[in-house]
Design a protein around this ligand. Sequence first.
Ligand SMILES: *Cc1c(COP(=O)(O)O)cnc(C)c1O
Length: 385
Amino acid sequence: MLKGVFPVEKFNTIPTPFYYYDVDLLQETLDFAKTEADKYSFHLHYAVKANANPRILSIISGYGMGADCVSGGEIQAALDAGFPAQKIVFAGVGKADWEINLGLDHDIFCFNIESAAELAIINELATAKGKIASIALRINPEVDAHTHIKITTGMKENKFGINLSMVGQVLEELKTLKNVRLIGIHSHIGSQITDMSAFRNLAIRFNEIQDELEEMGVVVEHINFGGGLGVDYYHPNHIPTPAFDNYFAVFHKLLRIRPGQQVHFEPGRSITAQCGSLISKVLYIKEGEVKKFAILDAGFTELLRPAMYDAYHRMENISNDDPVEIYDVVGPICESSDVFGKDVELNKAHRGDLIALRSAGAYGEVMASQYNCRSLPKAYFSDTL
Ligand SMILES: *Cc1c(COP(=O)(O)O)cnc(C)c1O
């Protein structure tokens, strides 16, 4: 069984469960993303919600990327980590007044607007400060992302974004608002998208949308395609970096950009997923009538994705190479959804063995909770261990 490379000796001295980040892999991923985007002068804003660990954020900001934030707390975290305010975009369907004011005070690059109601409030708050807020309209392009229903966002009748049929109306309203300036159009159709045809459809749809906008006399300075590029959860050792080359090439090939127009992206998962693992210890092996359970000291309080999205994470026994056996791998939380995987192949597990849950660098540590009065997991880094 091919396994990732982990400093198991050092792990044995650290209380479990904890997150472990491979800094070399993060940097390799960032290099790849940046190189491929730079080929076409595309702009990147890292989606902070995927992983807001301060060390991770500061490594990413070191690559000159911007940040995509969905709360005031994330804006503050991005600023603290060195992301320039002029490269921060702020999205989210429910921006509170204080969050909008924080963005206005720092003159962030752009507010991505999700409703006409929000637009009016941003105009009002900007007026009170004597400022002009730069905004982009988040449009639902009605492109199917072919991904999990709980992470699909670009279809009609979704709480996110503005439906295509209502864009004209919002543009009319914009004309009456003096303290907002339309600089872009935005979309984010979903997450963990591995089928490039969804991105092809998105690029083509945006050509049509741009044509329609132009008929209404609107040409924007930038187009933002959000995030969504998927990673290979099944083969983190063979395919550690996502297909940034194919991804950006699709947009370069299909998109008809207007003169001087910029193209932006907001990758989250694709940047951080593969560099992180949740390291946990086997507490008990419970022999059932037909099943065998490996009970870990980590549960959905540390890694929520399997319980929340039925997500798959590859698991490896990194303590021994005994012949493989089949387990249901579960956590200690008092909920029957606290299961990491059923019929999982692991090298025979014993009490005290370390189990690595792979590809946990995105939507892992950030979603941890203290349910059952547990402590939040700590994070360790390959270069400072
Ligand atoms: C979540 C989110 C992203 C990042 O999505 P990934 O699938 O992690 O790349 C980008 N933009 C917006 C608006 C988001 O909500």
